[in-house]
Design a protein around this ligand. Sequence first.
Ligand code: FMN
Length: 158
Amino acid sequence: MPAIPAADYRRVLGQFPTGVVVVTTAGPSGPAGLSVNAFSAVSLHPPLIGFFPAHTSGSWPVIRETGTFCVNILAADQEQLARLFATPGADRFAGLEYSAAPKSGAPLIKGVAGWLDCRIEAVTQAGDHDFVLGRVLALDTDPAIAPLIYHRGGYLPA
Ligand SMILES: Cc1cc2nc3c(=O)[nH]c(=O)nc-3n(C[C@H](O)[C@H](O)[C@H](O)COP(=O)(O)O)c2cc1C
């Protein structure tokens, strides 16, 4: 198989726009969470979603240990949260307005475009990431709130 340069991989995948979600959990030592754009709907019956945390993620082991998580779909005006939840060492929950998601108790961030409260159904290794399959336990959206869009390494609207 020919080697695929990382820069080519990023440039081509950057042509595929995504939303940005913050996956949170109510960990034993407090809340944890990270920004993720490798997120997808998977199945309607039963309701399943998936996301792909890197093996280097510090929050993923906490989510895995807790077994439940909330997917927060960021709103168009929440670009700063996408950046905050991707910043190593930042105190990501200080000053953040959130409530407890109904099933998991995971942080449900105020003002998001939508959210899905989930439990882990299965975990599969996928290269340098894991594939996390989640069962949706509860969800809601505010259709009046537009989502944040990520592509070509940047955010829309700019
Ligand atoms: C827009 C955006 C999308 C991201 N998508 C992912 C992703 O799908 N999976 C992942 O593991 N990290 C992703 N990251 C990087 C993590 O958010 C970042 O490495 C973070 O610091 C990880 O935090 P943690 O070590 O607390 O888990 C993304 C970052 C940004 C800004």
